[in-house]
Each structure stands twice: as C-alpha cells, then as structure tokens.
Design a protein around this ligand. Structure first.
Ligand code: FES
Length: 189
C-alpha cells in the first residue's frame, strides 16, 4: 500500500451561509446528548450520526460546527470521521453498491463482479455516477463467506453473485424494477 500525501495547508473548506447543524440539532445535542456524558467530547458520535443520517455525508463545515459545540479541535472530529466507514466525507449516490473484497469473495471471483459493475456504470470504485444514482465501493468481509461472492445494495445482501447477475441488478435499479430484499436481506425483514 502506498501512502498518498495531501497538501492540507492549502485545503479550502467549502462553506455555505446556512449551518449544517440546525438549531433543532444543536438543541438535541446540548440538551439530550451532552448530559449523558462526563465530557463534551463524548457526544461526538451522536453528533456525527445526526449529520450523516440527515445529509447522507459529513461536510467539512459541519465538522467545524460540531467541534465548536463540543469544544474539541476540528482535527479530532476529522480523525473520527475518516476512521469509520459509516461516515462519508463526500456525497454518495441514491443507491450504494458495496462489493466484498475479502478473501473468500476474492477466491470466488468478486473482482470480476466489481469489474463488471465498473464497466456497466463507467465509474471506478469510490465513485458515483454523474446522475448521482449509484455509488460503488468495496468492503471487507460482510459475513456471507459461505455464499461468496457477496455484495450489498444499500442494506440488501446479494449472494452467489456473478458478473451477469451484477449487471442484471444494476439494470433493475436503473429501470426502477429493483425490489429491496436481496437474496438474504440483513436488515428490515
Ligand atoms: S469474505 Fe466476502 S463475505 Fe466474507
């Protein structure tokens, strides 16, 4: 693995006049969550969940706002956001395709599935289609090694995938016939 350095000193933070942390969110954070913790920093996860679930990602401006409310440094917020896969630092598409890349799936040709999806959508891993409909990522083991290769579409588990089946599922999403549930839904059943 190669480390890629970024020139953080020249990073420009995009700002909008309206805060991401709305008055309601601030109120909930201060009056509901902060009293539960010994130190203000303890409410960092609830604050991040609020922003992530409301906007689908966590803009840098929101990280600054959270740091100010919790009286911690923006770097501490940024470190936490970038450590967990749950948190997104850029917007993602309406649907998230997550292909498992761990060893059982890799042995069972998950890479071919990923390549088929990339070719079908014309994007790379980590990218979103120009219409903001689909984002493709790879994940580590999603606990379905016995039915590898496996992938998630949003929260639906799809097992025993083939490149052709991946393309078929994308066709269904694009033409509006995709039905949530997958071949073994892991949530919401
Ligand atoms: S290795 Fe892919 S589900 Fe476990």
């Amino acid at each position: 693995m190669a480390w890629i350095t970024k020139n953080s000193a020249e990073t420009q933070i995009e700002r909008r006049s309206e805060p991401y942390l709305t008055p309601q969110m601030r109120d909930e954070l201060v009056n509901t969550y902060l009293p539960r913790y010994e130190v203000r920093k303890g409410a960092l996860f609830p604050a991040l969940h609020m922003i992530q679930h409301h906007y689908g990602w966590i803009p840098h401006q929101a990280m600054l706002e959270i740091a100010e409310v919790l009286d911690i440094t923006p770097a501490e917020v940024f470190d936490t956001v970038t450590f967990y896969e749950e948190y997104w630092t850029k917007p993602k598409g309406e649907h998230l395709i997550s292909v498992c890349r761990s060893i059982a799936c890799e042995f069972c040709d998950a890479t071919k599935c990923t390549e088929a999806i990339k070719a079908k959508l014309g994007i790379d891993v980590g990218e979103t289609t120009p219409d903001n409909k689909l984002t493709l990522i790879e994940l580590e083991c999603i606990g379905s090694c016995g039915t590898a290769p496996a992938a998630l579409i949003d929260e639906d588990l799809h097992e025993n995938l083939t490149p052709a089946r991946c393309v078929e599922l994308i066709d269904q999403i694009q033409n509006g016939t995709y039905k949530h549930g997958g071949s073994g839904a892991i949530k919401g059943e």
